[in-house]
Design a protein around this ligand. Structure first.
Ligand code: BG6
Length: 447
């Protein structure tokens, strides 16, 4: 039967497909957000039938997969994806389920070493023809491992595809609170009018994880926290916090503003701290002399008229006390506070990303009672209490946007280029690699 939407997953036997892609597709399908007439073609080398493939996927994740739904829309297709000859039969299969206007999403859930050959094979088999907006390619980081290699990956892709057909995923951009950042900033006078170096004393962007590297040694050891988390997720958050309002709320104008932030960054060299959790070297498949960092902290500055002089502290690490991600904006004390040396705290706006989404604003208030005591109180908004049903997962939003052709939440090449320029600067800063057992160990070394 001819389909309206075909989602082909390369590298479909991996962790990402089991934990993120299949649950998101099943939900979009159940909520009727993608066509009923959809087929998910799962590609892999192993000898599976669709049912045994889905059972294997269930074993890879602790999430309960909606196997009934998935069995009705997924087809497992055995193929050696690096082998050009294999594409003749595969391409015939794709044609057999496509009509003239079928939307094709090719999702590359594969390692960077396969990207070049697979991108070439897809193009040569004419699965994606340049400029056909109905045929798109999706892939995830790593977008190279430094500026030069990122440029090479990009040049390679541009040989075969138009930029409009390329979707680079940064799943943090699909998270509710990150999507909400622009709204909180630009749709609230109290924040919009105080969002600058006159009112804001410092900004923290902290993404702490409890887990170690899980079973991703091969990838992680070549990456490390700086490239794995900062180059993508944390710099994207920083852009959304520091950017000026876009001329219009469309994808390109928003990206133009984000790029201005990336290009204006400078690092406080003396602040850079790299750590490696105790036990990392004993993880399976990690070389015993690895120098890969699992924790990184630094202070940087956004040299724009809006934020010049305000320190932005960036921190991320694995095997910390708990999973906790947030943005903390600290305001200067009021002039009265300073004049009378009042024992009161600074206002803080805390935008919480994980484990629960929400916003807290701390303000100073008189303690109820006959005495003149002050106390700090918090005005809290919890996202989970304000939505009906579950908050959609990042991948649901991102897959839906790809299907609908909306590019706002995907990174454009020049954003990646500018972020690598900054990451390459950080790598050059002198730093030691400290071993840490607990979060406290490493936090006390922050200057
Ligand atoms: C991924 C990184 O991009 O993000 C992982 O490769 C990290 O190392 C993960 O654990 C964190 O994502 P989330 O959505 O669980 O905060």
């Amino acid at each position: 039967m001819k389909k309206d939407l075909v989602i082909t997953i390369f590298g479909s036997t991996g962790d990402l497909t089991a934990r993120k892609l299949l649950p998101a597709i099943a939900k979009l399908y159940k909520n009727k957000l993608i066509p009923k007439n959809v087929e998910v073609v799962a590609l892999g080398r192993r000898d599976y039938q669709t049912d045994s493939y889905l059972d294997a996927m269930q074993n890879l994740t602790t999430k309960v997969l909606d196997l009934e739904t998935l069995k009705s829309i997924v087809t497992y297709y055995k193929i050696q994806i690096t082998e050009p000859n294999a594409y003749e039969a595969f391409s015939k299969y794709i044609q057999s389920i496509s009509h003239e206007n079928t939307k094709h999403i090719y999702y590359l859930a594969i390692g960077p070493e396969l990207l070049g050959s697979v991108a070439k094979n897809i193009s040569e088999a004419k699965l994606i023809e340049k400029n056909n907006a109905n045929q798109v390619l999706v892939f995830e980081k790593p977008f190279g491992h430094d500026l030069d290699s990122a440029k090479a990956v990009n040049q390679m892709l541009w040989q075969y595809y138009d930029e409009k057909q390329i979707y680079r995923i940064d799943h943090y951009l699909g998270k509710e609170m990150i999507q909400n950042l622009m709204t909180v900033r630009f749709a609230n006078r109290i924040f919009e009018d105080t969002w600058d170096s006159k009112s804001i004393e410092s900004v923290k962007i902290f993404v702490k994880e409890k887990e170690g590297i899980l079973n991703r040694a091969g990838y992680y050891d070549t990456s490390g926290a700086l490239k794995d988390m900062v180059q993508s997720h944390l710099l994207q958050i920083l852009c959304l916090v520091a950017m000026d309002p876009p001329k219009e709320y469309n994808s390109d104008y928003i990206k133009d503003e984000k790029i201005k932030v990336l290009r204006s960054l400078s690092i406080d060299e003396s602040s850079v701290l790299f750590g490696q959790y105790d036990g990392y070297l004993e993880e399976p498949n990690i070389p015993s002399d690895s120098k890969t960092e699992t924790f990184v902290y630094f202070k940087c500055y956004v040299n724009t008229p809006r934020f010049r002089g305000v320190p932005f502290e960036i921190l991320t690490g694995k095997k910390l006390k708990e999973k906790k991600s947030y943005i903390e904006i600290t305001y200067f004390p009021t002039t009265e506070q300073e004049k009378w040396n009042l024992p009161i705290e600074r206002n803080k706006l805390i935008i919480k990303i994980a484990p629960k989404d929400g916003v807290d604003l701390t303000i100073n208030s008189k303690k109820p009672g006959l005495k003149e005591n002050l106390e700090q109180i918090s005005l809290s908004f919890k996202m989970s209490e304000s939505v009906e049903g579950n908050i959609p997962e990042a991948y649901e939003k991102l897959l839906l946007d790809i299907y609908q052709g909306s590019k706002t939440l995907f990174t454009r090449w020049d954003e990646i280029e500018a972020s690598w320029q900054f990451i390459d600067q950080i790598k050059k800063c002198p730093h030691n690699l400290v071993s840490y057992k607990t979060e406290k160990d490493i936090m006390k070394l922050i200057k």
